[in-house]
Design a binder for this molecule. Sequence first.
Ligand code: HEC
Length: 131
Amino acid sequence: MLAAMVLMGTASVSTVAVAMEWPDEKACGEAVKSGDKIIKGWCTAISRRAGNCLGCHQAMVSPWPEKLAPGGNIGPPLVAMKARFPNREDLRAQIWDPTVRNPNTSMPPFGKHGLLTEEQIDSIVDWLMTI
Ligand code: HEC
């Protein structure tokens, strides 16, 4: 019974998420006030003053709705992140300093060079783990 209630609760949360419009950079200012950590990560990733990840990557917006946000083709599309990085720390390390994996990469070392704060990197990883 309790399990059924928990499941119903989960279902209603994702119903809300299905109806939700994912914010573009302009809408992010308002959207981050919701306090939703996944939206915060997404907004940090797409902001041109923060991650600017779409400058080089197309990216799956979220599981709901399944939509690929337009972006550059310099890096691979950010999709199936959880499957490609089963270990969260490996994914975080790729953003903190991609030159460890590939010294010649064009991806900036966001953590090592202080382009993003540790907290911003964590929130981007929170979002990436949902796509
Ligand atoms: C200047 C271009 C550029 C920017 C900006 C950039 N990346 Fe990348 N990224 C790359 C390239 C190129 C690769 C391919 C791997 C390599 O070069 O070693 C890559 C690889 C990755 C990978 C590994 C993908 C895989 O399947 O192996 C992840 C995850 C990633 N980037 C996330 C991000 C995130 C998150 C941001 C924003 C905070 C970002 N990138 C910003 C160029 C960029």
